[in-house]
Design a protein around this ligand. Structure first.
Ligand code: SF4
Length: 104
């Protein structure tokens, strides 16, 4: 059964995206720090969160693959429409996460 997630943000609807980025499924999703899923609990159901974890985008700002849930919480995220992310291109995501241990 396919699950569709259409997330819209009305105040941003009038703003034109700088990029329209395709969302794709990944076989081996990157491990996400819990901060990315904790904030969604209670807002999105666990099955939807699990499905969203398996999606990613090729971020035009970092030129690398970024998990959708990271993209979703990125300052540049505007909205998700029909399998794409509308991105303002203003700020890159905080990805990949910094190692928890300091090198210094
Ligand atoms: S800059 Fe942010 S919102 Fe835009 S594609 Fe990259 S991760 Fe997604």
């Amino acid at each position: 059964m396919g699950i569709k997630h259409e997330v819209t943000s009305f105040p941003a609807m009038t703003e034109e995206p700088k990029y329209v980025v395709e969302i794709f499924a990944v076989e081996k999703p990157d491990r996400l720090p819990s901060e990315y899923t904790e904030q969604l609990k209670g807002v999105i159901g666990p099955r939807k969160i699990a499905a969203l974890k398996k999606e990613a985008v090729m971020c035009p700002l970092t030129n690398s693959q970024v998990p959708f849930l990271v993209c979703f919480q990125c300052p540049s995220f505007m909205r998700r429409i029909k399998g794409t992310v509308h991105c303002s291109g203003k700020e890159p995501p905080k990805w990949p996460p910094r190692p928890s241990r300091s090198d210094t």
